[in-house]
Design a protein around this ligand. Structure first.
Ligand code: ASP
Length: 317
């Protein structure tokens, strides 16, 4: 059995108010990629590692998610992106931090994984490495969207705390009528026909983050983890996921408890450190979980040819 699951970020407080005008576009993006890549995974045309890379690339190209084009802006008004990827059966990993010119940060991370050393590259060096590997180079004007510019202008006008997030009331007081609070970081986990799993996560971080800030997304063991048994991709207030080694903790707990119990335990541990968010995880038995403790988490799964999507509490076929 193959499984593919994706998330498009978690966020918000209180009860979910229903879909916004732009949510169908997000759901469409996830539905298309799950059908396409799930089918290719099923037919054995791609393995788990390539499935999560391609899934994240599609979401990096969708401007309504906070990764690649459409990433949120940092304190200086620039886009700086983080991404990481991990292959389960040999725990090979790749990660990039504060990357500014690569269209697909996750593909740069994938190339690091394939090369085997080093695991992590920073800023300009990561962009240069990506360009050497023929990952498309783009400029900041292409990456920055009007929506993110408007959110950043509100963040600045409100003199919000550094690191305030989209869904933090002090950061973005009035979401546009058609825009729902949500961080929009993207991630994917997959199980292929060989019984191998992989995980990938990519983000622009948090609106108004201080220059140089690194969240959990590029940190192996915090935002992303895969080993011989499980694959995990997290989203939420990154500092809390770092402080609890969230993704790796889930794998450790899963050695002695079911996947869903391990997932809930991790989110409960993150919460006291100011971390609200969610995660997606799968195991080699084909189980998939998508828990979150925020108002919403954009998510979708492909299991046995069936696609299921969700934003708030309910799911859609
Ligand atoms: N975890 C990401 C970060 O802290 C943000 C997110 O998941 O939306 O950079």
């Amino acid at each position: 059995m193959v499984v593919l699951a994706v998330h498009g970020g978690a966020g918000g407080d209180g009860p979910w108010g229903g879909m916004t005008d732009v949510d169908p576009q997000r759901l469409d993006c996830m539905r298309r990629l799950l059908n396409d890549l799930g089918g290719r995974l099923q037919r054995g045309e791609i393995n788990a590692l390539e499935a999560v890379t391609l899934a994240v690339e599609v979401m990096e190209d969708e401007p309504l998610f906070n990764a690649g084009r459409g990433s949120v802006l940092d304190a200086s008004g620039s886009i700086t992106m983080d991404a990481s990827i991990m292959r389960g059966h040999d725990q090979a990993a790749g990660a990039v931090v504060n990357i500014k010119r690569s269209r697909h940060p996750i593909r740069v991370a994938n190339h690091l994984l394939q090369d085997g050393w080093p695991v992590m590259l920073n800023s300009e060096a990561a962009d240069v490495f990506g360009a050497e590997k023929k990952v498309e180079t783009v400029d900041q004007h292409w990456l920055i969207t009007e929506l993110r510019q408007a959110q950043w202008a509100k963040w600045k006008a409100n003199k919000s705390a550094p690191g305030s997030t989209d869904e933090d009331d002090r950061a973005i007081l009035d979401h546009d009528a058609d825009e729902q609070p949500g961080m929009g970081t993207v991630g994917a986990v997959a199980l292929d026909i060989h019984g191998h799993v992989a995980a990938a996560t990519s983000t622009g971080g948090m609106t108004g983050k201080p220059n140089g800030r690194i969240g959990d997304t590029p940190i192996i063991g915090a935002g992303t983890w895969a080993d011989a048994t499980v694959a995990v991709s997290c989203t939420g207030i990154g500092e809390a996921f770092i402080r609890t080694c969230a993704a790796r903790s889930l794998a450790a707990y899963h050695e002695v408890m079911p996947l869903d119990t391990a997932g809930r335990k991790v989110l409960n541990e993150v919460a006291p450190y100011g971390g609200r968010g969610g995660l997606i995880a799968i195991n080699t038995d084909g189980r998939v979980i998508t828990p979150f403790q925020t108002m919403l988490m954009y998510r979708g799964t492909y299991v046995g040819g069936l696609v299921e999507l969700g934003i708030g509490p309910q799911t859609y076929a």
